[in-house]
Design a protein around this ligand. Sequence first.
Ligand SMILES: [Zn+2]
Ligand SMILES: [Zn+2]
Length: 393
Amino acid sequence: MAVQWLLVCHGLATLLVVVSFLCGQWPIFQGTFIERIHYFITFGAYDYFLRFVGVVFGSKGTNVILSVENFCCDRPNPILQVVYLAIIGATYYFIVQSTFSYIPGYYISGVHRYTSLLAVGVGVVLFLLTSFSDPGTVKAENVSKYLSAYPYDNIIYSEKECSTCRIPKPARSKHCSICDRCVARFDHHCGWMNNCIGERNTRFFMAFLLWHFLLCIYGTVAIGLVLAGRLKELKVIHILTVYYGIENSFASLAPHVVQWLLGSYNTQLLLMVFLAIVSLLLAGFFSYHANLCFTNTTTNETFKWEDYIRWQQKLNEAKASTAALKAGISGLNCERKPPESKWKAFFRRSRLEDVEPVSKNNIYDKGFLRNLHEIIFPLSSRHSFSQAKSKSG
Ligand SMILES: [Zn+2]
Ligand SMILES: [Zn+2]
């Protein structure tokens, strides 16, 4: 039974660490231990380490660590790209080592030896496409194209010049401090890709997320089918019911089958748990970004909208409280009203609650289909397409 518990603990710990690391900042985890674990992993542990180095090696040691940090986090570098390749390579290697000897099996055909390699290959190609494609760098030559494609909404974007590139800053663009360039329809700088995600490569990034989600599901199901096949081929149910006299029902057989799997196929089970957890995370990440694509908003813009709405709400509240104060003063000047009952005063809505809600007026949202079209066909291909159309017409 010890192995079972080890496996359960392993699964839970992996899930906790991965969820805390990737999603700890999400509003639903605010004030929970997930947020604290996230803080510890992303900042706290590093802070303690820095202080420890400072105490042991003095300021020279701290400076070395800070320059390493500068190289890793503030400059373009391939560390996470190598980590991605190591993870996908190692996972595929372990699957080949532990599971390929049972393929073809009772429930899985031999073709999966090749389709699995093809599926991993497509994943790596999508990774390379996202990593090494131009995200839509804004240069003096193409700035007018972006300026006309994305008008200023004068809410979150107004006419500006990039102080570093010394060119006009089109709406929706941002100067990436890591890559040191302005990127059109800037979404975010992705450390895993060592590249910005912008106007021209959001499509590859989305394809990458979707493909890796499907890849993990494929791996989980394929290993599941291999194990189910082993169960059938080795006649485990038959042996358990006939030789060990166990009742032929799901409830009485399940614990014995699980124990048999844990004893004989624990590597495959670990791989299944790992792939299932990663597929869940990818599903969450993909749906978040798909929702952004469908509403034609970027990750960068969600922060801008949050700031704008918070600021507008504060402004409206200030206006409402000024109006309430004025009304109070003029009330004092008029005849005194009979005092309001305590109960009435308790249930009466505060004047601040009458503050108008602030709405998000996203002028770039042109409806589901047109938004999707904009992601799949970036500006350059749309322009050449419309030029070709006008030439032929
Ligand atoms: Zn710039
Ligand atoms: Zn960047």
